[in-house]
Design a protein around this ligand. Sequence first.
Ligand code: NAD
Length: 383
Amino acid sequence: MSQAVVDETKYQPELTVFDEFADEYGPEKVVYVYEPRCELKGIVVIDNAAIGPGIGGIRMTPTVNTEEVFRLARAMTWKNALAGIPHGGGKSGIIADPRKITMEQKEVLIRQFARAIEGLHQYIPGPDMGTDETCMAWVRDEIRRSVGLSSVLGGIPLDQVGATGYGLAVCGEIAQEFCDLDLKGARVSMQGFGNVGQHAARYLVERGSILTVATDIDGTVHNEDGLDIEELVRCMHEGKGVTGYADATKLGRDDFIDIDCDIFVPAAQPDVITGENAHRVSCKVILQGANIPCTAGAEKILHDRGILSVPDFVANAGGVICGSVEYHGGTKNQAFTEIAEKMRENTRAVLTKARIDGVLPRDAALELARERVKEAMSYRRSN
Ligand code: NAD
């Protein structure tokens, strides 16, 4: 019988996760899950659980890899610490294309993955790209541990209630105190009109703002007199997209960037504002609804141009605050009260520190988050 030859180079790329990224904060655990019978390949990263078990989504895409999961887990460490919830950062990925498998195959993958991570008590799964509340219900059924559940299972469906959009509007209330902005009458440009964008628009309009620009994957609509949100939502539900809206000028998808507004909310994709186009943005405030919608270079240019940009992990924390309240048995009303309290407190703390230290809001936010994580780590057994 011939001896199996182990190709050691095959494992080299994964080792670089520790070589390149490990630092004093983590990652605490990187776990690979493999089940050949259903072709399950999964990755879990628990980055830092000093404050509490890490909450973070399960991402299902064909390209998700260890580095991506690590970066996302680290982002959750900072977001959760800054949000002031009793949770650390974690994230996971299942390598599969949700558009190319049946619901039955998806259920098998999710259930198998859930059973494999049952013993990882420092990780609480939630929904992310490619997974939703049905997936979270399967996870809960297997291991009694997940967030982002439907209300029938005692959950608070955060996309339905608009937790992240609500948080963005509250963030806007505080941002007013730090720049020449009044939410009343402020013109809002919303790039991305999905779960986050629709609710952020609603809650900003409730505060007196006017939605003048809406963009989705197919195009942009613009009307300085205001767009009717319910009509736009109807267009989305009917599959026409925002450009199905009648009473507006129709433009190309990327044309939103040249339209003057007061509040710009990127709520779609990463890397929308870059070093190449940041000089074209004309607004007073950016509330980052999407994750990493502005590159580091773009944030510096915006800052130098006097545009206040509230970073993603501060501005879009409403969803994870809602997930934390759900996990601890709270109601929707309690979640909204907590989102309002925490978003006000944290946005104000970050923007005050940025102003006093003369640094970018992102740098101020990172420093505050690191301080909180470090303090929690100081209570750990040292030997
Ligand atoms: P979604 O899929 O419901 O909506 C995305 C919207 O963006 C859609 O309207 C889509 O047409 C549009 N879009 C996609 N590509 C585009 C492009 N290139 N140009 C313009 N528009 C484009 O997603 P969502 O849940 O609203 O999430 C949006 C972003 O916010 C994501 O980056 C997500 O990671 C982030 N986020 C979401 C939550 C949440 O609670 N759902 C919380 C924190 C962060």
